[in-house]
Design a binder for this molecule. Structure first.
Ligand code: UDP
Length: 382
C-alpha cells in the first residue's frame, strides 16, 4: 500500500516506520524544515548547547516496550528531572515533597508527622471526590501550598481559574512525604544523548520511507494514497468548518548567559505577578556535557491565535463539545486516521504518543489483513 503520514513528529515517525518495515511504501510530510515536531532539538551554534527548541522534553515511562523502542534508535543518558520553584521570596523543591513542606512551614517533620499535618491541618478532607484542579489541590495539599505553588502558575499556564480546570491536570504531579524530588515516578527516565531530532531522524531512516520537509499538506493530496495518518490538528483537516479547537501556545523569550544562570534545568515561578511560568536552562538537560555559555528560555503562555503553534489542548467544556462534533465528522471521513496530540486533541506525554503509535500501526495492519476499513481513531479522544 501507499501510505502518507502527515507530520514528522513522534506519531508520524513511529507509525511510518512500522508500516515501512511491514513492506508498505511510506511518505512522511512536514511543513517545517526539520523532523521531530515539538520535540525538536538543535545545537546552538555559539554555545554548543543542545536546545529544546519548542520547550523542554524529558523522556519518562513505565512502559518497557516503549523504553526498548527508543533505546533502539538513540543512546539514552540518565537524567532525573528535579524542578525548583521560586515563590514568596524563597526557592523550594518540586514536586511538593517533605523538603518543600518542612521549608515552607518552617518545621522539621518526619514523614508520618508531615502526612498527619497535611491531612489533619491543611487538606480539606470534606471534599470527597475532587472534580476541579482547585478541589484536587485543596483536598490533597490545602490552601497554603495551593496558593504558593499551584494557583498562580496554573492561572498563567491555562489563562483561567483552577476551579474551571479538571482535576486530571494536577494529578500529573505527585505529593511526596519523603525527600524524593524526582518530578516523575516512572521506572525509566533519560535523555537521548544527541537530542530528540537525531533519534527521530533515525526512526525515519528506512529504505521504504521517504521524508519531505517544508511540504504543506492539503487534503487533495490524500487521493494519491491508500491511507493517511494525520497528526496535524483535527479541526485543521476539516478546514476549521465548525470553528477552532482552543489551544494554549507558548512564547519563549530566549537569552544567553556566560556561566550558569540558575543552577538547574527548570525553575518554576508560582506567583501570578511574575509574568512567565518558568525559566529553562537548556545545558542542564544534558548534564554530561560541559559548556561555558548558556541558553535559557523564559516561558510565557497565552491563548493560541490561528497563526500560532498549538501546544496544549484546552479541553474545557466548550472545547469538548466542539471536539465531539469534529469526532463525528472524522468518523465519516474515508481513508484517514487521526493520531497524536493534535490529531486527537489530547495532552500526551512522549511515551504515550509512542505507545499509541505502535498500537495504531499494528491495529492498522490487522484491519488491512482482514480487509476492513481502518478506524478514524485508534484511541478515542472523548
Ligand atoms: N503546575 C503548577 N505549578 C507548578 C508546576 C505545575 O501549578 O509549579 C500545574 C500546572 O497547571 C501545569 C500542571 O500542573 O499545567 C502540570 O504540570 P507539568 O509539569 O506536568 O506541565 P508541563 O511540563 O507538561 O507543562
Amino acid at each position: 500500500m501507499n501510505i502518507l503520514c502527515v507530520g514528522a513528529g513522534l506519531s508520524g515517525a513511529v507509525i511510518g516506520r512500522h508500516l515501512a518495515e511491514a513492506g508498505h511504501a511510506v511518505t512522511v510530510v512536514d511543513s517545517r524544515d526539520h523532523v521531530g515536531g515539538n520535540c525538536h532539538t538543535a545545537r546552538d551554534a555559539d554555545t554548543g548547547v543542545m536546545v529544546h527548541v519548542y520547550g523542554p522534553h524529558i523522556f519518562h515511562t513505565d512502559d518497557a516496550e516503549v523504553w526498548d523502542y527508543v533505546n533502539g534508535f538513540a543512546a539514552f543518558k540518565p537524567y532525573k528531572n528535579r524542578v525548583k520553584a521560586t515563590t514568596g521570596g524563597a526557592v523550594y523543591s518540586l514536586p511538593v515533597n517533605l523538603h518543600t513542606i518542612n521549608q515552607f512551614f518552617g518545621r522539621t517533620m518526619r514523614p508520618d508527622e508531615a502526612r498527619d499535618f497535611i491531612t489533619g491541618e491543611q487538606a480539606d478532607t470534606s471534599i470527597a471526590d475532587p472534580q476541579t484542579f482547585e478541589e484536587q489541590a485543596m483536598r490533597f495539599v490545602g490552601r497554603d501550598l495551593y496558593e504558593a505553588f499551584f494557583k498562580g502558575y496554573t492561572m498563567k499556564q491555562w489563562g483561567c481559574h483552577p476551579s474551571d480546570l479538571p482535576a486530571s491536570i494536577l494529578k500529573r504531579l505527585p505529593v511526596r512525604f519523603n525527600y524524593d524530588d524526582n518530578y516523575f515516578f516512572h521506572r525509566f527516565q533519560g535523555m537521548p544523548e544527541h537530542g530528540y531530532t537525531a533519534m527521530i531522524e533515525k526512526i525515519l531512516d528506512h529504505p521504504a520511507l521517504s521524508v519531505r520537509l517544508e511540504t504543506v499538506f492539503d487534503r487533495s493530496q490524500a487521493a494519491e494514497y491508500d491511507h493517511v495518518f494525520y497528526s496535524g490538528p483535527l479541526d485543521g483537516w476539516f478546514d476549521y468548518e465548525l470553528g477552532r479547537l482552543g489551544y494554549r501556545t507558548l512564547d519563549f523569550q530566549r537569552f544567553t548567559y556566560e556561566g550558569d544562570y540558575q543552577g538547574c534545568a527548570v525553575m518554576n515561578y508560582g506567583e501570578e505577578q511574575v509574568p512567565y511560568t518558568r525559566i529553562t536552562e537548556h545545558k542542564h538537560f544534558a548534564p554530561w556535557e560541559e559548556h561555558e555559555g548558556s541558553v535559557c528560555y523564559r516561558e510565557f503562555s497565552r491563548a493560541a491565535e490561528p497563526a500560532d503553534i498549538p501546544y496544549y489542548p484546552i479541553r474545557q467544556v466548550a472545547e469538548k463539545a466542539l471536539l465531539k462534533d469534529y469526532v463525528a465528522l472524522a468518523e465519516q471521513a474515508e481513508g484517514v486516521s487521526f493520531v497524536g496530540r493534535l490529531g486527537t486533541y489530547r495532552y500526551l506525554d512522549m511515551d504515550v504518543t509512542i505507545r499509541e503509535a505502535l498500537d495504531a500501526g499494528r491495529a492498522f495492519l490487522d484491519h488491512v489483513g482482514k480487509g476492513e476499513k481502518a478506524p478514524a481513531f485508534f484511541t478515542a479522544p472523548l
